[in-house]
Ligand binder design. Structure first.
Ligand code: HEM
Length: 388
């Protein structure tokens, strides 16, 4: 099981990646990966090392990109410009532009909308008797939620669902999708002329270092936030699949709803839908005796951290009452996922509505898994449902 296997998207569509990470944690936790089509990089697989890198943004910069990309594609266009791809002190200013929209208070204000949306989607699935949980329920719920936060009119949500799906399926960046870009450019220019009480308004009318964001920065930040919701969608689908594969845990949750917050954390740990984050060293640094030079890339494998046997008891067991459960599926430190409260709410609302409305939910055909080294989870999850 050589570490190079991690570069093969196929390895992340099966248990192979976990087998490789397990060996790396034990024998080679700070591994040097020579250049391939991808640039060379250090691979970190232990929880403690990954958490330490996240918490040291001065040594480990995000501004050169946070995801591996083939060298021939050049630098990430968002480098130094988007929320995820900036360092302190600029990062703090960027984050404060939009932080209120994702606060506990803001998400609480969205709960009725999320619940009503989840109920409508589940009702439709019940009427038909079956659905693709990925596309028809999880994808729609997470898309409606982010569109609502952005201030996108309800009538346009379905188009955005179609276009973002097309981009996700093609593993393409959202800004390469012509219809999406056209839509968003128009939406931005309309927002410039109105006082908007929504996330897009905050971006358009906000300033960083006293300057408004350029049109390029606006588009890239919009893409950053839209694209990040794919993680939320995958966590919802991966969570449902985990319950289908562990029906005893689904039954336990149905019998005792006080387990729901813990179940959400275990789903986040178990699915770890963000597969890696990348950083670039700004100065030399030594981890476990291996010297990382300035300019070298460091890749943090999150699903590996979340199965680290030094931190989690029986890490390969899906246990909704796991306690403690200090997973880092949502990262740690300055770049801690800004959508964390939203993602947790979507999950707890969707699972509790399903438990209320559905008597049985069962697999209804083959599950297809994403082939990607950046995000992981089921791409299609056909299920049969019956009403309670
Ligand atoms: C509701 C959906 C979500 C939204 C809107 C969202 C949004 C974001 C944004 C904008 C950032 C950048 C924050 C910053 O740089 O300050 C971020 C970071 C991150 N998010 Fe999320 N997220 C969502 C769900 C998730 C989920 C479910 C996961 C994984 C289970 C996840 C994992 C991460 C990670 C690992 C980072 C750190 C990336 C890095 O800096 O390398 N996110 N998220």
């Amino acid at each position: 099981m050589p570490p190079e296997q991690l570069l093969d998207p196929e390895a992340h569509a099966s248990d192979t990646a976990h087998l490789v990470w397990r060996l790396m944690r034990e024998h080679d936790p700070v591994h040097w990966q020579p250049a391939t089509e991808l640039p060379p990089f250090w691979s970190l697989t232990r929880y403690e090392d990954i958490r330490a890198v996240y918490r040291d943004p001065r040594t480990f910069s995000s501004a050169q990109g946070v995801l591996l990309r083939p060298e021939r594609l050049g630098d990430d266009p968002g480098g130094g410009l988007t929320l995820a791809l900036t360092d302190p002190p600029r990062h703090k200013q960027m984050r404060s532009l939009v932080a209120d929209r994702f606060s506990t208070r803001a998400v609480r204000g969205l709960r009725d909308y999320l619940r009503a949306t989840a109920r409508t989607l589940i009702e439709r699935a019940i009427e038909r008797g079956s659905c693709d949980f990925a596309h028809d329920i999880a994808g729609r719920l997470s898309l409606h939620a982010i569109c609502r936060i952005m201030g996108i009119p309800e009538a346009d949500h379905e188009n955005l669902h179609v276009w973002t799906n097309e981009a996700f399926h093609a593993h393409a960046s959202l800004i390469t999708h012509p219809r999406l870009m056209e839509y968003f450019a128009q939406f931005l220019s309309a927002t410039a002329d109105r006082p908007a009480d929504d996330l897009v308004g905050d971006l358009v009318h906000g300033t960083v270092d006293g300057e408004p964001l350029t049109e390029e920065e606006l588009l890239l930040n919009w893409e950053n936030i839209m694209g990040a919701t794919e993680n939320g969608r995958l966590a919802l689908i991966g969570g449902m699949l985990a319950f289908l594969e562990h029906p005893d845990q689904w039954r336990r949750l149905g019998e005792d709803r006080s387990l729901l917050p813990g179940a959400v954390e275990e789903v986040l740990r178990w699915t770890s839908s963000a597969t890696h984050s990348m950083r670039t060293a700004t100065r030399p640094h030594t981890i476990r005796g291996r010297r990382i030079e300035a300019g070298e890339r460091v890749v943090l494998w999150l699903p590996s951290a979340n199965r680290d046997e030094a931190v989690f008891r029986e890490p390969y067991r899906f246990d909704i009452s796991r306690n403690p459960n200090h997973h880092i599926a949502l990262a740690s430190g300055e770049h801690f996922c800004i959508g964390s409260t939203l993602a947790r709410s979507e999950m707890s609302i969707l699972f509790s509505e399903l438990l209320d409305m559905v008597r049985t939910i069962e697999p209804d055909g083959p599950v297809t898994r994403l082939r990607s080294i950046a995000v992981n989870g089921p791409e299609a999850l056909p299920v049969r449902v019956t009403a309670r």
